[in-house]
Design a protein around this ligand. Sequence first.
Ligand SMILES: *Cc1c(COP(=O)(O)O)cnc(C)c1O
Length: 421
Amino acid sequence: MQPFPSTYFTYKNNQLHCEVVPVAEIVKQAGSPTYIYSKKYFEDAYKEFDAAFHEIHHKIFYAAKSNFNLSVIKTFLQLGSGVDVNSEGELYRALKAGAKPENIILTSVGKTKREIELGLEHDVLMIKAESEEEVYLINDIAESMNKVARVAIRVNPDVDAKTHPYISTGLSENKFGVNSETALKIFRMQNQLKNIVFTGIDMHIGSQITSISPFVEAVEKLANLFLILKKEGIELKHFDVGGGIGIQYKDEKPFTIKEYAAAILPILKSLDCEIIFEPGRYLTANAGILVTEVLYTKKNQKKNFIVADAAMTDLLRPSIYGAYHHIQPVNFDETKGEIVADVVGPVCESGDFLAKKRSIQKSEHGDLLAVMSAGAYGMVMASNYNARRRPAEILVEGNSFKVIRERETFEHLLWDEENYL
Ligand SMILES: *Cc1c(COP(=O)(O)O)cnc(C)c1O
């Protein structure tokens, strides 16, 4: 078994470390299962992304849905990032983490009236509209609040991002955004819409995209619309490229940020406006791991099973997308040999697994396993099914670590139910 290539999670004396802290030491204190994040990874990834676009006027709006822990959002805010939020709840989190409203973009294919009101009340940088009906509703709400709403239109450029169908968003069969014709029609209503000012055009074609060409194709299509509008006197301040950049989970060879920049910079430069990026996974996925303890190992006629204390309730991606997460021992011991096994959780579903048919170091009760690349769409998708408490989250910074979210208690799980007995 090869360890997952990382300079933030490495073996020293056969012990897995996050930065310079032994993972086993963290688990001794925090228990299992636990998410562990490297602060340096967040910072380095952000700085690398930012630097790749230094030639143009740009701003990164971290897509908080990939990891919405307040301390994670705050880490990006301190680096100068804005936040892209997808719901009232994420807006609440962004504000609690200290984001200024002018550094927040409100997204969502189905905003409620309340969410639009909140966006206007807080005066966020812009609200992204995803349908003609929504544009009218925003205009009405803004009128009733005596405000002028800053609005961007999300365009679905109809390009194939060649990613998992569940996370592809830029095809005409997907629910997101409006097509080019509708976008032009909406922008051209600017004069009739007294309580809206169109400030941006936006796209987000999917997630975990590992080839550049869909981005280039989509940016070209959107740039074309931007320039048509400019000729007609509709000058937009922002051109929003969205997120979606793929990372390595297994043996993907994703493009680098420099390559991404080199491919789209020539188009972006010609627009002469502020360029917005909304990376999520790229900044967070490989910053985190989920550590789990082996409860049992067993074997039947067909298979070896490793029953771990982490389940689909802690990391859903394998169950819903069939996603691959590398799994490696926290305590590496070559003498133990390898087996091929399914790594499964305690939940009452056959869909509850972390890995299938995986070559893995032979392990026994009490061993710790690290599920790699778990910093994005991990904890944010965790649930309480089987009345399981969601894991703790730990942030490592250099040679120290701190809890940034305690493991839930059973009181948390009950919420107010006892009051109704
Ligand atoms: C999910 C999402 C992102 C972030 O996507 P990643 O693949 O995590 O980079 C950015 N923008 C919008 C609108 C999104 O829905």
